[in-house]
Design a binder for this molecule. Structure first.
Ligand code: ARG
Length: 470
């Protein structure tokens, strides 16, 4: 091969340089390179190439000896990458080119046969699906770990009361366990979303070629089985131009991150002096560089804050995809930046919350006091309904009693007989004295209610599903 005018001497010659007169400008090389990000895909890339070699041998496009030579070469490249001994070059462009370049250095010209019937477009789509499949499993496991921590915390504090809130105003007494299990329900759905995403992503794109399908007779069904995919993609344009699996994954990440953020927000509130429901473990709180008294809930705040990045990742990729013509466009290279960041960020948030929960010290006394008093107003109205009063009227009667209590500072339980009688002949001191948080809870035996027996049932169901030993 003659060395052309202007061909790069220090920077390597591109695999696609044939139709170019001039080498790539250094600024373009830097701008278009994805190596800094997609180098993390090397295990998937090697796995995909090894399977491609087997497919090429089966299709008699490689001899068995060539197949062995490429296989050994790829395994050696993988060892170099595993050991951190691999020397990347600025001209490598992306992980796919880097691996093929190094392979060819190791095995000689037969390295040039690896890319037969393959494009980087179907190659990167394959790598991404292999990565997504594994990450869906990893994050589903991370979610499960946090679910277990929530269930264990609920089990350890089965009798603690908590004011339940609507509009962040005290509403009705509930069990702390009930509240924690509400978070676990959200997480159970999140786990389902990751598993659904994995099932839909379970499709082999390799063989789609650049866009129109490989021109060589590769048995894609066989290749799909070889790589453990449920099926081969049905349309080559879709296979290389689509990133739905990535979008679904990011949507699952974003929804989970929003759930974690809400849990984080509650921990921040509960740890305030104003709420005073929980004391954070020292190992999971930080101090102030100026104010000696401070103990800050930084972990919970960062879990809340990092959700913004994960949501941003979903919005970024949706925006990248919007308006892209079929099939592959270089825009798609931006997918990995946000995918990798979102997956790592979410995985870290799940792990740190799961580690922090066992150390929370709940302040039962403060929670019990906050869960009493006017929060029992609904129960008084319900008691009137049981004595035959229509609910709307009962609501009105109790509402005016509440107004009286607020004006005078008298508690609902301490209202005297004449006062009660003046509001309704059905009201008696025994009725108001019977108002307690425990009775309020016990009434709520409906499926999914906060009655202790019902919460225990929820807890047992969660423990069974998560296979937690009690
Ligand atoms: N680095 C590219 C990416 O991540 C690989 C595919 C490049 N394909 C191409 N025709 N330039 O999307």
């Amino acid at each position: 091969m003659t060395k052309r005018r202007g061909s790069p001497s220090r920077r390597g010659r591109k695999a696609w340089a044939g139709r170019f007169d001039e080498p790539t400008a250094a600024i373009v090389e830097a701008f278009t390179s994805s190596l800094a990000v997609d180098r993390h895909l090397y295990p998937q890339d090697v796995t995909g190439s090894l399977a491609h070699v087997r497919a090429l041998v089966r299709a008699r496009l490689l001899t068995a000896a060539e197949g062995r030579r490429l296989t050994r070469g790829l395994e050696r490249v993988r060892r170099e990458l595993d050991a951190g001994r691999f020397r990347f070059r600025a001209s490598d462009e992306d992980i796919h080119m880097a691996i093929e370049r190094r392979l060819t250095e190791l095995v000689g010209p037969v390295g040039g046969k690896l890319h037969t019937g393959r494009s980087r477009n179907d190659q990167v789509a394959l790598d991404l699906r292999l990565w997504l499949r594994a990450e869906c499993t990893r994050l589903a496991d991370g979610v499960r770990t946090l679910e277990r921590a929530l269930v264990a915390t609920a089990e350890a504090h089965r009798t603690l009361l908590l004011p339940g809130y609507t509009h962040l105003q005290r509403a009705q007494p509930i069990l702390l366990a009930h509240h924690l299990l509400a978070h676990r329900e959200m997480l159970a759905r999140d786990r389902g979303r990751f598993l659904d995403c994995r099932a839909r992503a379970d499709e082999l794109p390799l063989g789609a070629g650049a866009l129109a399908g490989s021109g060589f007779a590769i048995d894609r069904a066989r290749l799909a089985r070889d790589l453990g995919f449920a099926r081969a993609s049905a349309n080559s344009l879709d296979a290389v131009g689509d990133r739905d699996a990535a979008l679904e994954f990011l949507a699952a990440c974003a929804i989970t991150a929003v759930h974690l953020s809400r849990l984080g927000e509650e921990l921040v509130l509960w740890a305030t002096e104003e709420f005073g429901f929980v004391e954070l473990p020292d190992a999971f709180a930080t101090g102030s560089s100026m104010m000696p008294q401070k103990k800050n809930p930084d972990v919970a705040e960062l879990v809340r804050g990092k959700s913004g990045r994960v949501i941003g990742a979903l919005v970024a990729l949706l925006t990248t995809m919007k308006g892209l013509p079929l099939a592959y466009n270089r825009d798609l290279q931006e997918d990995k930046v946000v995918l990798f960041d979102a997956a790592r960020t979410l995985g870290d948030s799940l792990a740190v919350l799961a580690a922090m929960l066992p150390g929370l010290r709940f302040r039962a006394d403060r929670m019990a006091v906050a869960a009493d008093g006017l929060l029992l107003a609904t129960d008084l109205a319900d008691a009137l309904v049981e004595r035959g009063m229509p609910f709307r009227q009962a609501h009105e009667v109790v509402g005016s009693l509440v107004r009286l209590c607020l004006r005078t500072g008298i508690g609902l339980r301490d209202l005297d007989a004449p006062t009660l009688a003046s509001h309704s002949p059905l009201l008696t001191p025994a009725m108001v004295r019977g108002l307690t948080p425990a009775r309020s809870l016990a009434r709520r035996r409906v499926t999914g209610g906060t009655a202790p027996a019902e919460v225990s049932r929820q807890l047992r169901r969660a423990q069974r599903e998560l296979k937690v030993d009690r």
